[in-house]
Design a protein around this ligand. Structure first.
Ligand SMILES: Cc1cc2nc3c(=O)[nH]c(=O)nc-3n(C[C@H](O)[C@H](O)[C@H](O)COP(=O)(O)O)c2cc1C
Length: 324
């Protein structure tokens, strides 16, 4: 163990912070801003920022714009890569842009997106981890955290990785208790989260399969986690943060949900038209959000949104969401 956590460095003050998960292709600055206005998460994360050693631009311009975005709540920049020096340089660059909180992705199961040996693949070859973590820790002046799966193919691997994480001096960790091999199959096993909370002095943030206020309360209650991170559930329902905090009704009626969705998607569309180019890209990005809304009671209602071929038909489908 590496002493006590420096509380003043953490990106939250709330007793049980609720965080918006990093989601590639989704949690861009426009969606983060809107979700903050609607549900007020305590902490936001960027989509993962790929760090490639030796390329002319180690961080793409698009990612620089994302890092430089300003929000009324703390923003954590998530890096993904496998080269310790390049990751440390990227962390320094992010801090030059005003970022205070850096997270390392140790979970992404899709090698083709990450250059095959970064993200979750690092759990397959954990010998590289101490060097990567120590270079990042030296480079990061604010909070440094990791977001990690329970293991590569063994859901108990996290317990053998824990001393490495603690010795490296990370400030908190986010656990998505599935293995990398599992991808998104099965269920997140929060009994692992509970054991992890008991095994470490580090604040543990629980992530995975929280779609309702009840599920959020249950995970907090049963695991003792320091807070929650919400991904797909928050994209589908940005009020989920407020519902868990008991500031919005936990059980909206189907009609109330449709009204909320109409407002949410109606507010997102013009913002996407501002930051994305071309009708098909905007439409694709809108549908990526719609595809996270899996409530079976509403499915027949948003099918037309998924099928829209133009912005005009998307707007028409949006208008008829609440029609009798
Ligand atoms: C479309 C999509 C994109 C994702 N992108 C990232 C990412 O960039 N970084 C990351 O750490 N996890 C990423 N994840 C994983 C989520 O952050 C989260 O760990 C996972 O979805 C489980 O939480 P949930 O059940 O609340 O969605 C992504 C997941 C999905 C479905």
């Amino acid at each position: 163990m590496n002493g006590t956590v420096k509380d003043d460095i953490l990106p939250w003050r709330a007793p049980q912070p609720l965080m918006l998960a990093p989601m590639q292709g989704l949690t861009n600055r426009a969606l983060r801003t809107l979700i903050t206005e609607i549900g007020r998460p305590d902490v936001l994360f960027t989509e993962f920022v790929r760090v490639r050693p030796g390329s002319r631009k180690p961080i793409a311009d698009r990612d620089v714009r994302e890092m430089a975005a300003r929000h009324p709540v703390p923003l954590v920049v998530q890096l993904i890569g496998r080269d310790a020096e390049a990751l440390a340089a990227a962390a320094r660059k992010a801090q030059d842009l005003g970022v205070q909180h850096i997270n390392l992705n140790l979970g992404c199961p899709f090698g083709r997106m990450t250059g095959r040996s970064a993200g979750g693949a690092l759990l397959r070859h954990p010998a590289a981890l101490p060097e990567i973590l120590s270079r990042l820790r030296q480079a990061v002046h604010g909070s440094f955290s990791v977001k990690i799966r329970a293991g590569y193919d063994d859901p108990r691997q996290i317990f053998s990785l824990l001393p490495i994480l603690e010795t490296a001096g990370i400030d908190f960790l986010i656990i998505h208790p599935r293995t990398v091999r599992q991808r998104f199959d099965g269920r997140a096993d929060h009994t692992i989260t509970r054991e992890l909370v008991a095994a470490t002095h580090l604040p543990v943030i629980a992530n995975g399969d929280i779609h309702t206020a009840e599920e959020g309360w249950r995970v907090l209650d049963q695991t003792g986690a320091a807070g929650l991170m919400l991904g797909r559930g928050a994209i589908a329902d940005p009020l989920l943060f407020a519902r868990i905090r008991k500031e919005a009704p936990p059980h909206p009626s189907p009609h109330e949900r449709l009204v909320e969705l109409q407002r949410y998607l109606g507010a997102l569309l013009p913002r996407y038209q501002e930051i994305f180019c071309g009708e098909q890209q905007v439409l694709g990005k809108m549908k990526a959000v719609v595809s996270q809304i899996n409530d079976p009671l509403l499915a027949h209602r948003h099918k037309p949104l998924r099928r829209a071929k133009s912005i005009t038909t998307f707007i028409q489908a949006l208008a008829s969401l609440t029609a009798p």
